[in-house]
Design a protein around this ligand. Structure first.
Ligand code: PAF
Length: 292
């Protein structure tokens, strides 16, 4: 174990399980160091590790969190079967350079008499919010609680959850959190499938067809580059492409929205993001791509 130039011991990731201990540690750390937070629900992949690496560059100390947050799952969603691998995750985080792993349990985060929630009103109603009512209320609540436990200067999230990123930027602005958000690019498998813990649900044949979302998004980008700006025309082309790759896909939405405000676009431009959600067999997948 060696001390680095920050006077911190590198390569010796500490696990903290209690909110109070995390708050105490954060109070101590923030006197002399900047803190970067990487919130996750575990079952980590390269995408998460790229967030840790970004965090490493953005602050002195990196705190990663693992908490499968029950309040962001609706009834009938995959909370119970969400993949978990604490031992593997711990090793991956340590190797990626996290200094602390904060891993509270659900009873601490939401004791039986829990009753306070944080909600970003309009932004949380469309797209994912329309298909997963209450999802963002759970996300903004747990992220606020993690902010209060870790007191970060910087927090890193992935662009894969595009709407989540927009909602969280609004949360930080509206509630005056002195936190800089970094949104890191989506990491993709070799064929283009966006990395996601839920990809683990896909069987081998299904996995091949799961690339349909990426292929649809790429089609939108190609057509935009060729001069097509009508969202309706692009939507038709994206739908066609998705169904060509996976004929049984049940498309939930194909939407064109402003990158910063989430305003829907009838005419698209370089700042437009195309987002898609579809059931591929029984696995719900989402993906997005900026057109410009
Ligand atoms: O993006 C996720 O994995 C989750 O929504 C988050 C931000 C960790 C909150 O539970």
């Amino acid at each position: 174990m060696t001390a680095d130039k920050r006077g911190l011991f590198f390569g010796d990731m500490k696990t903290i399980n209690s909110i109070r201990s995390m708050q105490r540690k954060a109070r101590e750390l923030c006197r002399r160091h900047t803190i970067a937070l990487v919130p996750t629900m575990g079952y980590l992949h390269e995408g998460h590790l790229s967030l840790v690496k970004k965090a490493r560059k953005a602050a002195d100390v990196v705190v990663a969190t693992i908490f499968v947050n029950p309040t962001q799952f609706g009834p009938g969603e995959d909370f119970q079967r969400y993949p978990r691998d604490q031992k593997g995750d711990r090793a991956l985080l340590r190797d990626a350079g996290a200094d602390y792993l904060f891993m509270p349990d659900a009873q601490q985060m939401y004791p039986d008499d829990y009753q306070s929630y944080v909600e970003t009103e309009q932004l949380s109603q469309t797209l994912e919010g329309a298909f997963r009512p209450g999802h963002f209320r759970g996300v903004t609540t747990v992220v606020s609680k993690l902010f209060n436990a870790v007191r970060p200067d910087v927090a890193v999230f992935g662009q894969k959850d595009f709407q989540q990123a927009v909602v969280l930027k609004r949360l930080v602005k509206d509630l005056d959190y002195p936190i800089k958000l970094i949104i890191a690019p989506t990491r993709r498998e070799q064929d283009g499938l966006a990395m996601s813990s839920r990809n683990a649900y896909l069987g081998p044949g299904q996995r091949r067809e799961a690339v349909c979302l990426y292929r649809g998004l790429r089609r939108a980008r190609t057509l935009f580059a060729e001069g097509v700006t009508s969202a309706a025309r692009l939507k038709k082309a994206v739908r066609k492409e998705i169904l060509e790759v996976c004929p049984t896909a049940e498309i939930q939405y194909i939407s064109f929205n402003d990158f910063h405000t989430l305003q829907p676009r009838i005419k698209v431009d370089r700042d437009t993001v195309c987002s898609v959600a579809a059931m591929v067999y029984d696995v719900r997948l989402i993906d997005n791509m900026r057109l410009g």
